[in-house]
Each structure stands twice: as structure tokens, then as C-alpha cells.
Design a protein around this ligand. Structure first.
Ligand SMILES: *[C@@H]1O[C@H](CO)[C@@H](O)[C@H](O)[C@H]1NC(C)=O
Length: 510
């Protein structure tokens, strides 16, 4: 008898050969019921829907808006929203001070620190340059990773930065080559996944951090450079915070360093979603560009804050409306709700609860562990195909799920990730068109546009990457553009080091 895994794979595979869920499931039942009578669909009681009818309905609600022509229309609408954001919205489309992409010949050893929601990384990065004879263009000489747990997140104000300084000191102390003194401090590049205000180059003012961090408590609008400097001095460590990047910009910069000059986008898709884009300055309102020394810059790295877009343009099903209705800031990040890992699990849960009530799947009973909001994790969904029993362990039920029940959930997960990938493809395409249309004929972007990506959903979710690639291909059909997705490994520390190297080069030049 075929294993559950094989059967699920068979459904998924026929799905990806372009058959609808309905067809795939029917094929699944007809080929598997003989050998395994328990697989038969539960007989519908009067008035209840069959699982295949439910899935057919869900498929049409979720996937109709992602048909190629509708995806193209969404891209056009997003393009208008992005243009407006570039001209007038102070909360998104944030230009950075990075006006030049690395050429790939930057070199030197740099200290890079990455502070994310759950990890602190401290790395010594050796940039050798793309032209260096043999060997990779960059080497992480050493990297230490520290867990940021609730206790660390609860540290208030300087206590958090003292903790950070201690970890930086531990890493630096291991490498005797890292000399430093008050007159010649260690240059530090920081990847900071939190809001920060940058009114002038080298000045970074702390803003409320969110994500249950308390490090900004009592330090709001204070100078992060001097805070870090002071904390590091407790260990006799002289540092100078010289470059800050967010995670999306870090991805863009690190890939631009490793790949020939084609990179235009840095894409993050894990718990959250964001894109950094390298755009012509002419697309940005001068009032959004702070006064800066390099007035001759033609392009600048822009942090799109993608999650905030899409309010007027995105499709919305009844499940999306339910999610929004109980959200504390329903209109703050519309695109995030349909695309990022944090919300994929919740949308799947809402659909599953409906399916259980309407079809009697899972014995007609919602497992206790799934009764509350945000109890289904995107990671659990991403493991359904390879390890369906993971789900049963996390979400036990008085009626152990049948193979059909699990196939139902896998199908729901696949539908919402296809929708997410379609919206992401439309967003990338819209940004690409803005770049294309604003570039002078002699300064056209390369035909191959590289999208450097990182994040748990895009890296690990089954088929996410191939869906995204095929949706992008559909959007560029019959045009000279090709989108190429490349993984950006360790991009946060590499990007911070590259940002530092670029500034270093600019300052020695001027
Ligand atoms: C912030 O601190 C750094 C390091 O002490 C200093 O170089 C910079 O001038 C400060 N910025 C402001 C606006 O005070």
C-alpha cells in the first residue's frame, strides 16, 4: 500500500502539473480508495458540503485574482501606489544614504553586527573583492550567534546595549588582529531590523522598536552611535558605528557585491515581508531626500516597507476580512496580511475552521489547540508535505485526521502560498517598471534583473520559489526582461560589512 507521504505527493504533483484541486483530489480518491477504504470522502450529511466542493470554492476565491491578466492589473495598480509613496508618503519608500552599489572590488576586514527579532549575530567579515585570485569574494572569518529571548527583549534602555556590547567584545577578543584605540576605533556596520531615524549621515536616532523589545525605553530619539560607543567602552573596546542597513537593504548590498552589477532588489520573506530597491533618484520627491553631500547621485537604495501597500488594490476573501476585523491595526500593513509568514498560518487556520464546520472533515471538530487566533504556524504548514505527523503532534484531536483531512489542509496551504507568491511577483514587477520607466535610454537596467532573497518562507516553503519564478516569467513574457532569483546567504552581516566598505571607499576618495 502506498504510504501517506506518497499519496500526498501524488496530489501535490498533479496540482503542479496545472490540474485544479478538484481534479487532483478526485484523481487522488479514485486511485487510492481501492487499496485504502478509509480514504473515502466522508459522506456529506444533509446540507453539508463535500470536501472537493469546499476546495473548489476556496480555489476560486483565492486563485482567481492571481490569473495572469489579473496579476498584471495588480502590478499596474501597485505601480501607482508605489509612485505616490515615493513622492509623498513619509512612512514608506524610505531612501537611504546608500547611493552607490558596491562594485565588487571593495576589500578589507570589517566588524558586522546583526540585530534581528530573535538573534544577535556578531561577525568579522573579510571582503576580498570579486577579482581576488581564486577563492570566494567574501569570507566570514568568525561569527557568533546569540539567542535574543524574552528576558533580553525585556532589557530596558542601556541594559540592552550593554548586553550587546558584551557579546561584541566576546567575539572581537577572540581575534588578536582586531587592534583599536580611541583615535583609531573599530568600524562597525550594523544590520538593524527596527525603525531608525537618520537625519544626517552617521547619525542614527532610536525609534520605538516594537516586536516586544524595550531597548528604546528611555532612549527615544537618542543617538545610537554614541549609546553603542559608551556601552563598548565598558569593555575598553573603541568602536565607531559607521553604517546601518535594514535587512532588505543588507540583502541587496551583499548580493550586489557578489554578483555582477545586475542586482536591483533585495527581498525578505519570512515572518515579515519587505523589498529594498535601487531606484533612480528622479522617482523620489526631493522633499523626501534629506540634504546629503552626494548631490550628484543618480540612484539610491530605497527601503520600500512593502507590507504597508496594497490597501486599495489587493483582493480580499471572507477569511481576509475576518483576520482584518480582529486585527489591532487592520489598515497598517494590508499586503503583509496576504503575503508574509506571520499571517499565512492564520489565514490557513480560518479556512480550515470553515472547512471543518462545512464539510465535517477532522471529525467535524476543531482541535482545541487551533481554536484561538494565530495558533497555526507557517512552519507547521511548510512541514505538512514532508512530515504530516508533525501537525498531529502539535494539534492533537479526539478524531485523528484521515489522509483526506491532511490532504485538505495541504491543499489550503498550497492555495494561500500561491496567492502570496502571485502578489509578490506583481510587486517586484511594478518596482521593476518604475525603475525601467525612470531610467534614461543610456542608463537602462540590465536585461537580467537579479532578485536576492532570504527568509524562512521563501527558503523553506515547498514550491514557493518555483511559483514565484513562474509568475514573474508570465509577467515578463515577450519583454526583454528576465528575473533571476538568487539566494543571499548570511546577507545581514555581509550586507552590513559591504555597506561599511562602500562608505570607507567614499571617504578615502573624497
Ligand atoms: C552621534 O554620535 C556619534 C558618535 O559619538 C557622533 O560622531 C555624532 O556626531 C553624533 N551625532 C549627533 C547628531 O550628535
Amino acid at each position: 500500500m502506498a504510504s501517506l507521504r506518497d499519496l500526498l505527493l501524488a496530489v501535490i504533483k498533479s496540482l503542479f502539473r496545472g490540474r485544479s484541486f478538484l481534479q487532483a483530489l478526485l484523481a487522488f480518491w479514485t486511485t487510492s480508495t481501492e487499496s485504502s477504504p478509509t480514504l473515502r470522502e466522508p459522506a456529506s450529511k444533509d446540507g453539508s458540503t463535500s470536501i472537493s466542493d469546499f476546495l473548489a470554492k476556496a480555489e476560486s476565491l483565492l486563485l482567481d485574482p492571481t490569473q495572469p491578466d489579473k496579476r498584471r492589473a495588480l502590478s499596474q495598480k501597485l505601480k501607482l501606489e508605489f509612485r505616490e509613496g515615493l513622492l509623498s508618503n513619509p512612512a514608506c519608500m524610505l531612501p537611504s544614504y546608500h547611493t552607490e552599489l558596491p562594485t565588487g572590488d571593495e576589500s578589507g576586514q570589517y566588524l558586522a553586527v546583526d540585530v534581528g527579532g530573535s538573534t544577535l549575530r556578531v561577525a568579522l567579515v573579510d571582503l576580498k573583492g570579486r577579482g581576488s585570485s581564486g577563492g570566494p569574494e567574501s569570507v566570514i572569518v568568525s561569527i557568533d550567534t546569540f539567542n535574543i529571548d524574552n528576558d533580553i527583549r525585556a532589557l530596558k534602555g542601556r541594559a540592552f546595549f550593554n548586553w550587546m556590547a558584551e557579546k561584541i567584545y566576546q567575539t572581537v577578543a577572540k581575534d588578536s588582529r582586531q587592534g583599536h584605540c580611541a583615535d583609531d576605533p573599530l568600524l562597525l556596520g550594523l544590520s538593524w531590523s527596527f525603525p531608525i531615524e537618520q537625519p544626517a549621515p552617521q547619525t542614527y536616532l532610536l525609534r520605538p522598536m516594537g516586536k516586544s523589545f524595550h531597548a528604546a525605553d528611555g532612549l527615544l530619539n537618542q543617538n545610537l552611535s554614541s549609546i553603542l560607543q559608551t556601552s563598548c567602552l565598558h569593555h575598553n573596546l573603541h568602536v565607531s558605528l559607521s553604517a546601518i542597513v535594514n535587512d532588505a537593504s543588507a540583502t541587496l548590498l551583499s548580493a550586489a557585491y557578489s554578483h555582477p552589477s545586475t542586482t536591483t532588489f533585495g527581498l525578505i520573506l519570512g515572518t515579515g515581508v519587505n523589498i529594498a530597491a535601487y531606484l533612480p533618484v528622479t522617482t523620489i520627491s526631493p522633499s523626501k531626500l534629506p540634504p546629503r553631500p552626494q548631490t550628484l547621485a543618480t540612484h539610491v537604495v530605497v527601503n520600500t516597507e512593502l507590507g504597508m501597500f496594497g490597501g486599495p488594490s489587493l483582493p480580499s476573501t471572507k477569511w481576509d476580512k475576518t483576520l482584518k476585523a480582529s486585527h489591532p491595526r487592520p489598515d497598517f500593513q494590508p499586503l503583509e496580511h496576504l503575503v508574509s509568514g506571520f499571517y499565512l498560518g492564520e489565514v490557513a487556520r480560518l479556512i480550515l475552521v470553515d472547512a471543518i464546520h462545512e464539510t465535517g472533515a477532522f471529525g467535524g471538530v476543531v482541535p482545541d489547540s487551533l481554536a484561538r487566533e494565530y495558533t497555526l504556524d507557517a512552519k507547521t504548514l511548510s512541514l505538512l508535505e514532508s512530515d504530516p505527523f508533525h501537525f498531529q503532534t502539535l494539534h492533537p484531536s479526539p478524531y485523528p485526521p484521515s489522509r483526506t483531512d491532511l490532504a485538505l489542509l495541504t491543499s489550503i496551504a498550497s492555495l494561500i502560498t500561491q496567492r502570496s507568491a502571485s502578489i509578490l511577483a506583481a510587486s517586484l514587477h511594478a518596482l521593476h517598471e518604475i525603475n525601467l520607466e525612470a531610467s534614461s535610454p543610456q542608463n537602462q537596467p540590465q536585461k537580467t534583473t537579479t532578485i536576492a532573497y532570504t527568509g524562512s518562507v521563501i527558503e523553506h516553503y515547498p514550491h514557493y520559489l518555483s511559483h514565484l519564478q513562474s509568475y514573474l516569467d508570465q509577467l515578463t513574457l515577450n519583454t526583454p526582461t528576465t528575473f533571476k532569483l538568487v539566494p543571499a546567504k548570511q546577507s545581514s552581516v555581509l550586507g552590513a560589512a559591504v555597506a561599511l566598505a562602500c562608505l570607507d571607499k567614499q571617504s578615502t576618495r573624497s
